[in-house]
Design a protein around this ligand. Structure first.
Ligand code: NA7
Length: 536
């Protein structure tokens, strides 16, 4: 390999988030030379960028963290069942330092191009002020890592402070006594609103579509629970491994209308008390896919919203009417609806009064101008493919990834694609659905195994056969219709981004199918993955 680059390595990994850190650990443990590049100045990915007030896990902390080291699991004590951003960021720093990974990471380097060089069978990667040549390129760039700003006239003219939740500054924002606008009521908006409400002069919530927000039911982890967690390491790891969505929550084997209305009400009350995604996983098993069952649960949640919000007109505006529970990714909240009972919190329904412009002093809707000191853009991300399409990846014959995926991603197991040799994207689109680190970890393991196999057998080039990519992509797209609770308004279809192809970006078949096909491929000795090299 050439020596005209800043680094010349076996494996180059982009992104120091939950997936990339694990891939880096695996690569280093297997004895490869490895370089990681990261756009930010610290590790943590999502938990580095999304440092807005109220930002926290809605997967249980101990199911989101790593299982690869029992020692790590035993020594790290999460303080809450759903830990906040600062603690999460500390955890990833701890992991990187414990396993001495930091010296492999170059920070402040945004990758702008990654070009496959057929002659040398390597990738040429360019980032800010840095270039590298690598045999393998792993883009662990995350699914929710490219913030989206809507194209509202005058957006840049605002003279106050403006922040996107996904690009939050490291210096804490001083909200005290400020007039604040929050645009967007997805998971981020509904986390930030109740936390800032007590200290600001006012919060005005600009809502286009209400979401079904249910209680996170977060609480501190008691010393007894801490001991149970430590003793339960193997059981926790194994339960998450068997769960299609990578959680600990029990699955119910009952259908909604097996129960009488009274039994149903009692059951719903119990489900209401569960943490986070327990509202989906431990609910009646037909809750997401049977419209009548979904309507029953949604009606129950609507009742809870009406009970929480004092003003009936506001309550009605906060209840979704365009989708049932889990038709879009449901947020999990702490005192979100209750925040609207504060005199300094108000709701603007953008269906009644759409935003017409952002001005130097505030936000103008059909009802007039409201002036603000701070605007919080909680307007989401270019999900799934956003970061990968911006890396400047071009594969065999100079084919840009962005062009190959113009009509939506084509993947094998959500981790590699035809035409792009020696290129992997664990934690990308089509992987599974649910607790992200669990399935992105499976993908990293698969990639590590495949690279090891290639090394052992002297193969320089790995490329997934087109047939396998077609098979997986078709399977994922079909399962989106038959198995996914999400409707096409969900950002999981890319529909929040103007001009983006409408394609399902998760894998509703979940981890079981992912693991099953990984096993088939491994057992076949990766048949067809080493084009033109079998006879070598
Ligand atoms: P989401 O869930 O995509 O939410 C974005 C919000 O921004 C949502 O309420 C959108 O309304 C709203 N939005 C987007 N564009 C506009 C415009 N033009 N005007 C007004 N409102 C707008 O992103 P989050 O950051 O909250 O959550 C992302 C994920 O992070 C979350 O699911 C967790 O996995 C963690 P819409 O619904 O499109 O009408």
């Amino acid at each position: 390999m050439g020596s005209d680059q800043d680094a010349d390595v076996d494996i180059l990994i982009v992104g120091a988030g939950v997936t990339g850190i694990y891939q880096l650990y695996r690569a280093r443990e297997a004895g490869y030379s490895v370089q990681m590049v990261e756009q930010g100045t610290g590790v943590g990915g999502t938990w580095y960028w999304n440092r807005y007030p109220g930002s926290r896990y809605d997967s249980e902390s101990y199911t989101y963290g790593y299982f690869f080291s029992q020692e790590l699991f035993q020594e790290w004590e999460w303080t809450e069942h759903f830990a906040g951003q600062a603690e999460n960021e500390r955890y990833f720093n701890h992991v990187v330092d414990k396993f001495d990974l930091r010296r492999h990471i170059r920070f402040g380097a945004l990758v702008t191009s990654a070009v496959w060089d057929q002659g040398s069978a390597t990738w040429l990667v360019t980032a800010d002020g840095f270039s590298a040549r690598a045999r393998y390129l792993v883009a662990a760039t995350g699914v929710l890592s490219v913030p989206f700003y809507p194209d509202i006239p005058g957006r840049d003219s605002f003279r106050g402070e403006a922040y996107h939740t996904g690009l939050w500054p490291k210096t804490p924002v001083d909200f005290a006594g400020k007039r604040v606008a929050v645009i967007g009521t997805g998971s981020s908006g509904v986390q930030v609103i109740p936390v800032i409400a007590p200290e600001v002069a006012s919060v005005t919530v600009y809502q286009r579509t209400p979401n079904w927000a249910t209680p996170l039911n977060n609480r501190p982890i008691t010393p007894e629970e801490q001991a149970e967690l430590k003793a339960g390491f193997a059981a926790i790891r194994d339960t998450c491994a068997k769960s299609p969505s990578g959680f600990l929550h029990d699955h119910s084997d009952k259908n909604t209308f097996d129960d009488s209305p009274e039994e149903r009400q009692a059951f719903y009350e119990r489900v209401w008390q569960l943490g986070g995604f327990g509202k989906i996983i431990s609910n009646y098993q037909d809750m997401t896919l049977n419209p009548a069952a979904n309507a029953e649960w949604s009606k129950f949640v609507a009742g809870k919203i009406r009970a929480a919000v004092n003003d009936p007109a506001t309550a009605e505006k906060l209840i979704p009417t365009d989708h049932g529970y889990a038709g879009k990714r449901p947020p999990y909240v702490t005192d979100y609806y209750e925040a609207f009972n504060r005199p300094n919190v108000s709701l603007v329904d953008l269906n009644e009064t759409p935003i017409t412009a952002v001005t130097e002093t505030g936000i103008e809707t059909a009802a007039g101008l409201r002036e603000f000191d701070i605007i919080v853009w909680a307007t989401g991300f270019d999900f799934g493919t956003g970061a990968l399409n911006r890396l400047g990846v071009s594969g065999r014959d100079g084919l840009p990834l962005k062009e190959y995926w113009a009509d939506g991603p084509l993947t094998y197991l959500g981790l590699m694609c035809h035409h792009f040799p020696n290129f992997f994207f664990p934690g990308g689109p089509h992987g599974a659905a649910g607790n992200n680190p669990r399935y992105s970890g499976d993908q990293s393991d698969f990639i590590a195994g495949l690279i090891d196999f290639a090394r052992e057998h002297g193969h320089r080039v790995i490329e997934v056969p087109k047939g396998l990519e077609d098979e997986w992509t078709t399977m994922v797209n079909e399962a989106a219709v038959t198995m996914s609770p999400f409707n096409e308004k969900s950002y999981f279809y890319g529909t929040n981004i103007p001009g983006k192809a409408r394609r399902f970006l998760l894998n509703s078949l979940g981890r079981p199918k992912l693991l099953e096909l990984m096993e088939v491929t491994v057992k076949s000795d990766y048949a067809g993955f080493f084009p033109g090299q079998e006879e070598e």
